[in-house]
Design a protein around this ligand. Structure first.
Ligand code: UTP
Length: 235
C-alpha cells in the first residue's frame, strides 16, 4: 500500500461552482483508496478567484485576500468530503498535523489551504513530507511541465522527466516573467526538492487518467524525481 498525496487543482475540480467535477472524481478516488493510503488537497478554483477579486476591490491587503481564498479551498474540500461519503474523514483538517491525526482513521483525508502567502500545491508538498508519501501528484489543467507556456508558445516541449533541481531552476526563472502563470509555485517545488518525494504533474481534467497512471499505464505527464529513482510500479 503506497501513500499518495494529490494536489487537486481548484481549476480541475471546480472550474466554477456550477460546473464542478465532484461526482466524476468521487468514484475514482474511492477506488484508489481501496489500494492506497490517500490524501487530497483541494484548490480554490474559479470561485476563490472571484472572492479574492471582490476582497481586493473592497480594499483588502494580500494576506486578508489569501485568508478568504483559504476559506474557499476549505469549502471546496468540504464538498469533496460530502461527495466521498463514508470513505472520507468527515472534517477538514486545518493543518498537516491535523491531517496526520485524521489519517489514523484509515479514511481518505481531504484538506484545503493552511496559511497565507502560498498555494495549495505548497500545502500538498509539505503534507507529502509529513506523511512520508511515496508519491505526490499535481492534477492540473495541463499535461505536464513545459519548456514555455504551451498556450502562448506553439513550439513549447513537454518534459517527460526532470530532476527536482531542474524544476526549481525552471520555476525560479519563469517567476521573474511578469504575469507568469506557473504550474507550481516556488515554495512547493523547493519542498519537493528537499524531500526527494517523486512528483507527477499531469492533466487531471479526466479522473480516469489518474486511475490509469496508478495502474501503471503510460499517460502524458512529467515525472520529477532524483536520477535513477521511479515510484512505479506502486506497491
Ligand atoms: P489555490 O492554491 O487553489 O490557488 O488557492 P490557485 O492558484 O487559485 O490554484 P487553482 O486554480 O485552484 O489550482 C486559492 C487561493 O487561496 C490562497 C491563495 O490566495 C490562493 O491563490 N491560499 C491557498 C493561501 O493563501 N494559502 C494556502 O495555504 C492555500
Amino acid at each position: 500500500m503506497a501513500t499518495i498525496v494529490l494536489s487537486l487543482g481548484g481549476s480541475v475540480l471546480f472550474p466554477s461552482i456550477e460546473s464542478h467535477n465532484l461526482k466524476r472524481y468521487a468514484p475514482s478516488l474511492t477506488g484508489i483508496a481501496q489500494k492506497h493510503r490517500l490524501f487530497v488537497v483541494v484548490g480554490g478554483g474559479g470561485e476563490a478567484r472571484k472572492y479574492i477579486t471582490v476582497a481586493r476591490d473592497c480594499g483588502a491587503d494580500d494576506a486578508t485576500a489569501d485568508e478568504i481564498g483559504i476559506r474557499v479551498t476549505r469549502l471546496n474540500a468540504a464538498l469533496l468530503i460530502t461527495a466521498l461519503g463514508k470513505e472520507a474523514w468527515p472534517g477538514v483538517p486545518a493543518d498537516q498535523t491535523a491531517a496526520l491525526e485524521a489519517a489514523c482513521s484509515g479514511k481518505i483525508v481531504v484538506m484545503g489551504g493552511v496559511t497565507p502567502g502560498q498555494t495549495t500545491d505548497a500545502v500538498a508538498a509539505v503534507l507529502a513530507e509529513r506523511v512520508r508519501a511515496d508519491l505526490l501528484i499535481n492534477l492540473t489543467s495541463v499535461d505536464g511541465i513545459y519548456s514555455a507556456d504551451p498556450r502562448k508558445t506553439p513550439g513549447a516541449q513537454r518534459f517527460g522527466r526532470l530532476e527536482p533541481g531542474e524544476l526549481v531552476r525552471l520555476i525560479s526563472q519563469s517567476q521573474l516573467a511578469a504575469g507568469a502563470n506557473l504550474v507550481m509555485d516556488l515554495v512547493s517545488v523547493r519542498v519537493v526538492e528537499r524531500s526527494g518525494i517523486p512528483l507527477v504533474v499531469m492533466d487531471g481534467r479526466d479522473p480516469e487518467s489518474l486511475v490509469r497512471l496508478l495502474s501503471g499505464e503510460d499517460v502524458p505527464a512529467t515525472l520529477v524525481s532524483r536520477s535513477g529513482t521511479t515510484p512505479f510500479p506502486l506497491r
